[in-house]
Design a protein around this ligand. Structure first.
Ligand SMILES: C[C@H](N)C(=O)N[C@H](CCC(=O)O)C(=O)O
Ligand SMILES: [Mg+2]
Length: 362
C-alpha cells in the first residue's frame, strides 16, 4: 500500500457557545484536514488544529509544512514501513507538531486499513469505551455556575473549569460552581498558564481551605517555567497536571525526572501524533504517572484518533476529549460514537472515518 497523493482541505464548524480560556476566545473550529491516498484506493484522514497561542502552529504554517516538507518526504513510501514513514515525518521539518499530527493520524488510519484492524486494537486494545469531561469556559461566576448546570443536564458528571483570567475571581468562580452542582460532580480546573507560581499556591490553598474538592489543577503557570510548576506541585495538596509544559517525549521525561507534576496531559497536536504520544505513555508508565488525553478545539477526525489511543493504553486514566461535543454539529461520517459523555470505538479498520461534510479542498 504505497502513498500516492496527499490532499489538504479545510473545515469550519461553529461552536455551540464561545470557548473562552485564559489564552483565547474562539467561536468556531477552523481546522485543516489531510487526506492521504494510496495505490490500493485506500484513503486515510487526519486533522490539524491551528492553535497558534499554544503550539505556534497557524493555518498557513500547517499548510506550508505539509506542502514544502512532508509531501516530498513521504509520497511513494509504503504504509507497511510504518516506522520508516514516522521517523521521516518527524525529522523532515522541526516542530510543526500539528501538521505532523494530521499526517501521523492519516498514516495510522491507513496502517489499520492495511491489516484490517481498528487502530486501538493494534496499539494495545485495553478497552472499547471511555468517558469524557466537558469544558466550562471562563466567565463571570454566575454564568459559569449556570453553564455547569447545563452541562450536568446534558449528562456530564466531570467538569473541566477554565480559570486563570482575572484571577482574583477564580476562587469565587469555583465556589459558585460547587454551590450550584453539589459534591457528586467531579471538578477539575485548568488555568492555561494564567497564574504566577506563588499566586497559584495562594489560590489553590484557599480552594483547599474552602473544601471545594478539586480533582486536579491543569497548567497553573507559564509553559516554560518548570521550576515554577514544581514549586506549585510541592506546595499544594491538589494534584498538578502538566499540559502546555509537555509537547515531546523529552519534555515528559524532564517533568517525570524532576517530579514537577503529578499527571501528564497528552494531546496529539502537541506530540505530533500517535507515534510520539506512545513514547510518552511508556515513559509515564515507567514512572507510574497517570496521563490524561486531551484535545485542542478539534472536530472528530483527530479526536477520533485520540479516542483510539486512550482505548489502547491503560496509563491514560483521564479523558478530556470534548472537542466534538462543543461543536454545533459533527461533520465527520464514521469513526467513534459519541453518546454525550460516553465514547465508544467500533471494529471498523483504521479509524473508520468514511467522509467529511463541508470539506473544502485547497
Ligand atoms: C477543548 C479541551 N477541553 C481544552 O480545554 N483544551 C485546552 C486548549 C484548547 C484550545 O485552546 O484550543 C486545554 O486543555 O488547555
Ligand atoms: Mg489545558
Amino acid at each position: 500500500m504505497k502513498i500516492t497523493e496527499i490532499n489538504i482541505g479545510k473545515i469550519s464548524v461553529p461552536l455551540r457557545t464561545p470557548f473562552k480560556t485564559a489564552l483565547r476566545t474562539v467561536n468556531s473550529v477552523e481546522d485543516i484536514i489531510v487526506e492521504i491516498k494510496t495505490d490500493t484506493g485506500n484513503i486515510g484522514y487526519g486533522e490539524a488544529a491551528p492553535t497558534g497561542v499554544i503550539t505556534g502552529d497557524t493555518t498557513k504554517a500547517i499548510i506550508g509544512a505539509i506542502e514544502d516538507h512532508i509531501k516530498k518526504t513521504i509520497i511513494g513510501m509504503d504504509i507497511e514501513n510504518l516506522e520508516e514513514i514516522l521517523i521521516s515525518l518527524n525529522t523532515c521539518v522541526l516542530k510543526n507538531t500539528s501538521a505532523k499530527a494530521a499526517v501521523d493520524i492519516a498514516i495510522y488510519d491507513l496502517y489499520g486499513q492495511l491489516y484490517n484492524a481498528p487502530v486501538y486494537k493494534l496499539l494495545g486494545g485495553y478497552r472499547k469505551e471511555i468517558t469524557t469531561d466537558i469544558t466550562i469556559s471562563v466567565n463571570e461566576p454566575e454564568e459559569m455556575a449556570k453553564d455547569s448546570l447545563d452541562a450536568i443536564n446534558r449528562g456530564y458528571d466531570t467538569l473541566k473549569i477554565k480559570v486563570g483570567k482575572d484571577s482574583y475571581k477564580d476562587l469565587e468562580r469555583i465556589k459558585a460552581i460547587r454551590k450550584a452542582v453539589g459534591y457528586d460532580i467531579n471538578l477539575r480546573i485548568d488555568a492555561n498558564q494564567g497564574w504566577k507560581p506563588k499566586e497559584a499556591v495562594k489560590i489553590l490553598r484557599s480552594m483547599e481551605d474552602e473544601g471545594l474538592n478539586i480533582e486536579f489543577v491543569e497548567q497553573p503557570v507559564i509553559a516554560h517555567d518548570i521550576e515554577g510548576l514544581k514549586f506549585v506541585t510541592d506546595n499544594i495538596s491538589i494534584p498538578v497536571l502538566a499540559d502546555e509544559s509537555i509537547f515531546s517525549p523529552r519534555d515528559a521525561l524532564n517533568i517525570l525526572q524532576n517530579r514537577a507534576a503529578d499527571f501528564i496531559n497528552i494531546k496529539l497536536m502537541k506530540t505530533g501524533g500517535i507515534y510520539n504520544a506512545l513514547k510518552i505513555c511508556s515513559l509515564a508508565q515507567i514512572y507510574g504517572v497517570e496521563c490524561m488525553i486531551g484535545c485542542m478545539l478539534e472536530a472528530k477526525v483527530s479526536v477520533n484518533a485520540a479516542v483510539h489511543l486512550a482505548c489502547a493504553k491503560s496509563i491514560i486514566t483521564k479523558i478530556d476529549l470534548d472537542g466534538p461535543v462543543l461543536c454545533s454539529k459533527d461533520p465527520v461520517n464514521g469513526g467513534v460514537i459519541f453518546d454525550n459523555r460516553n465514547i465508544s470505538v467500533s471494529n471498523e479498520p483504521g479509524f473508520g472515518v468514511k467522509s467529511i461534510d463541508g470539506l473544502i479542498y485547497i
